[in-house]
Design a protein around this ligand. Structure first.
Ligand code: HEC
Ligand code: HEC
Length: 290
């Protein structure tokens, strides 16, 4: 048995222990599925894993993010979601973790909307549990968050059309439904839809771009990824789109800016070809917008 796994069983909660004892093969499969979802699509590391010079510092995986997110109603950092029982989520029940991931509700109330639960709402019951099994399988890291945090808002959920509730497993065999599922988990729509008063305007501006991102590398404006032939990606080939998504390269070969390029390289490059095909097919269904 892998040392990490042995460690997990010795140190972490009943849920994983039960899973492992009842059916070790299914349990391992579940962890692998969770790893795929987290690494290729949901990109939890992006906000919950510290960074070193060469990217994520996986020796401290999930022990808290590098960035501080602030808005008029919150100053927060991605929490320690490693299985450490004191400073992480090791002592949380599966039910509590599900509530945080898909409902944006933490142990002491609503989480700041930086935690993208609206995008994760679509997770099938099986995939949500797979993510939790994967989280519980990594090494616990003791790391209290130093930053003062404040939260003063009541945030209403803003799910994109068609992804306001959990998908059922069966629907994922239909290509467009799968593409929508992938787009939701990878947060394509929440970044690529224009915001009105701080909330994405999915009704009128789905995929139209315009949201501004400021990172240490500079400023980037999310592109129009609707099927508009001039303003969007309507004339791009499937290969152009796949290259932009998985390599962070524009149609003319120029590198895209962060956060797109960072997500492409660290995460979307790991998408399975089925998920990528479905995603590209779904993007083509976004009605054109200027
Ligand atoms: C875009 C950034 C971002 C991404 C991506 C993200 N989170 Fe979060 N998450 C946050 C922030 C910020 C908080 C803290 C919010 C607060 O304190 O109000 C948080 C809070 C949480 C919490 C509550 C922890 C606690 O101690 O209260 C859990 C659990 C969690 N996230 C799990 C996940 C998982 C699992 C994923 C991937 C499926 C994920 N997050 C992806 C930003 C993110
Ligand atoms: C955290 C925000 C964010 C997420 C998540 C995100 N993008 Fe992007 N994306 C951007 C930004 C910002 C740009 C513009 C980069 C630039 O100008 O160099 C961009 C650029 C692109 C481009 C290039 C378009 C062009 O005209 O050059 C494509 C295609 C694209 N994104 C598709 C996607 C898809 C599909 C997903 C989901 C798998 C996704 N993006 C997820 C922010 C994001």
């Amino acid at each position: 048995m892998h040392v990490n796994r042995l460690w997990t069983i010795l140190s972490s909660p009943v849920a994983l222990l039960a899973c492992w004892t009842i059916d070790p093969a299914a349990c391992a499969g579940n962890i692998d599925r969770g790893r795929y979802l987290v690494e290729a699509l949901t990109a939890c590391d992006n906000c919950h894993t510290p960074r070193g010079a060469a990217g994520y510092d996986f020796s401290k995986r999930f022990s808290g993010g590098a960035q501080t997110f602030s808005d008029k109603s919150y100053v927060v950092r991605g929490s320690n979601i490693s299985p450490d029982s004191e400073t992480g989520v090791g002592a949380w029940t599966d039910k509590e973790l599900r509530a945080a991931i898909v409902d944006g509700v933490g142990r002491d109330g609503r989480l700041a909307p930086v935690m993208p639960s609206d995008s994760y709402k679509a997770l099938t019951a099986r995939d949500l549990d797979a993510i939790i099994a994967f989280l519980r399988s990594v090494a616990p890291v003791r790391a209290p968050l130093q930053e003062p945090q404040q939260r003063r808002g009541e945030w209403a959920p803003h799910p994109a059309p068609g992804v306001a509730a959990a998908f059922d497993e069966g629907s994922l065999s239909e290509k467009n439904a799968r593409g929508l599922y992938v787009a939701s988990l990878a947060r394509c729509m929440s970044c690529h839809s224009e915001e009105i008063d701080g909330a994405p305007d999915y009704q009128n501006r789905l995929g139209a771009g315009g949201k501004v991102f400021r990172t240490p590398a500079g400023v980037a404006v999310a592109s129009n990824i609707t099927s508009h032939r001039a303003k969007g990606v309507g004339v791009w080939s499937d290969d152009d789109l796949k290259r932009a998504i998985t390599q962070g390269v524009a149609r003319d070969g120029a590198p895209l800016r962060p956060p797109m390029s960072t997500l492409s390289k660290a995460h979307f490059s790991k998408m399975s070809s089925d998920d990528l095909d479905a995603l590209v097919a779904w993007i083509r269904t976004i009605p054109p917008k200027e």
